[in-house]
Design a protein around this ligand. Structure first.
Ligand SMILES: *Cc1c(COP(=O)(O)O)cnc(C)c1O
Length: 401
């Protein structure tokens, strides 16, 4: 079945006739009752037995896991309390001291931090690569202790799209587990398992739930044996999905393909208009001609995504003025929800850094990140234009509005 159909027909467990709710029921229970010791003992045997205790498994959570596995084309999934729960859970379950991880240089900050922590405290070696060249990966992975390759479908905020087919094929040939964070693309725009990934992780907080009202994460596995092997460790870690959070995420999924279409369409229009604006010196959007990943993004993605970033010629002060000047878009740190959000690293998350330190971190002082929502694009553009007009140096750009 195609994506729209799979997203609507969420996978749910069959119940007896006359007791089949059309929507997935929220089973808000921490534990499940049994009649006999033997039944309870049998249920405790593995990940897919009867429900015992909701950290191990819950009907609402399982419906989410099976739905996500279906959307990604995987054999099974484990839902987590957050995207970082999924990332940390998978890394901790897979890695041992002495292992080598090869990781794309531009990764989500939290993933970067966990890898740095594992390197420092657990003796795991992390080697960084650009993500653009399978030969660079092969050179980094020749070491026999190489265990894992970590990539992101669309990097944030550069919009870099790594060479998923090339790198994942090279990883498979070397027996290295390929892990791809697909949060920014969602399964609507890319299914990394089709390109040879072994594990896909998601922050379901973002596009999958889509309404900025829930935190969640998931790992989807190409091979169910791997899921069954790491499941006990994730149960011990305890970063499990709460049934209500899983239920809210399931509430978002049927409209995911519709939302992604609007996110992509709006972002594509805004990317072009920002690129033509005299106050903007650069636009980073993978489906905009001229982006370094443009050709590859057209190949591996079914849309450019909803995240774009642009650099204001007026630098740090212009960036701050923009994020304080928007009236439709909101100033907030997340992404992937129905509403447009903006942030400006140089005056928020990275405000302690001076010009040189910002440059070393690869962040332009005037860089604004925009998670484009599903509002009417003309309202978004009018809002952006008036916010650009508030720029304190607007006279120097010949802007009079
Ligand atoms: C947000 C995000 C995460 C972390 O997810 P949380 O749900 O915030 O824990 C991981 N990876 C990417 C790419 C993200 O955007």
């Amino acid at each position: 079945m195609e994506m729209n159909t799979r997203a609507v027909h969420v996978v749910d467990e069959p119940l007896p006739p006359g007791s089949r709710p059309l929507s997935v029921p929220l089973v808000q229970s921490s534990a499940f009752a049994f009649e006999s010791a033997a039944e309870l003992a049998e249920a405790m045997a593995g990940p897919d037995g009867a429900y015992v205790y909701s950290r191990r498994g819950n009907p609402t959570v399982r419906a989410l896991e099976q739905t996500l596995a279906g959307l990604e084309g995987g054999a099974g999934a484990i839902a987590f309390a957050s995207g970082m729960g999924a990332v940390s859970g998978v890394l901790l379950a897979l890695l041992r001291p002495g292992d080598r991880v090869v990781a794309q240089r531009c990764l989500y900050g939290g993933t970067h931090a966990v890898l740095a922590d594992l390197a420092e405290r657990y003796g795991i070696e992390v080697v960084r690569i650009s993500g653009d060249d399978p030969a660079e990966f092969e050179a980094a992975a020749v070491h026999p202790a190489t265990r894992l390759l970590v990539l992101e479908t669309i990097a944030n905020p550069t919009g870099q799209v790594p060479d998923l087919p090339g790198l994942l094929a090279a990883a498979r040939a070397l027996g290295v587990v390929g892990l791809v964070d697909n949060s920014l693309a969602s399964p609507v725009l890319c299914r990394p398992l089709e390109h040879g990934a072994d594990i896909v992780v998601h922050s379901t907080t973002k596009y999958l739930s889509g309404h900025s009202d829930v935190l969640g994460g998931a790992a989807v596995f190409a091979d169910d044996a791997l899921r069954r092997r790491i499941w006990p460790r994730t149960v011990e870690l305890g970063a499990c999905a709460d049934p209500f959070a899983a239920w809210l995420t399931l509430r978002g999924i049927p409209t995911l393909p519709l939302r992604m279409r609007e996110h992509c369409a709006n972002a594509a229009v805004l990317a072009e208009r920002f690129a033509d604006h005299p106050g903007v010196s650069a636009v980073h959007y993978p489906w905009l001609a001229g982006h370094p990943s443009y050709e590859r993004a057209r190949e591996v993605l079914d849309g450019g995504g909803g995240l774009l970033s642009f650099e204001l010629a007026g630098g740090r002060e212009a960036g701050r003025a923009f994020i304080e000047g928007v009236r439709v878009a909101r100033l907030a740190l997340s992404l992937g929800g129905v509403e447009t959000l903006v942030t400006h690293p140089a005056s928020t998350s990275h405000r302690e850094l001076d010009g040189a330190a910002l440059e070393a971190a690869g962040i332009a002082p005037g860089l604004v990140r925009m998670s484009v929502g599903i509002e009417d694009v003309e309202d978004l553009w009018a809002d952006a234009e008036q916010a650009l007009g508030r720029h304190p140096l607007r006279a120097s750009f010949g802007l009079t509005k």
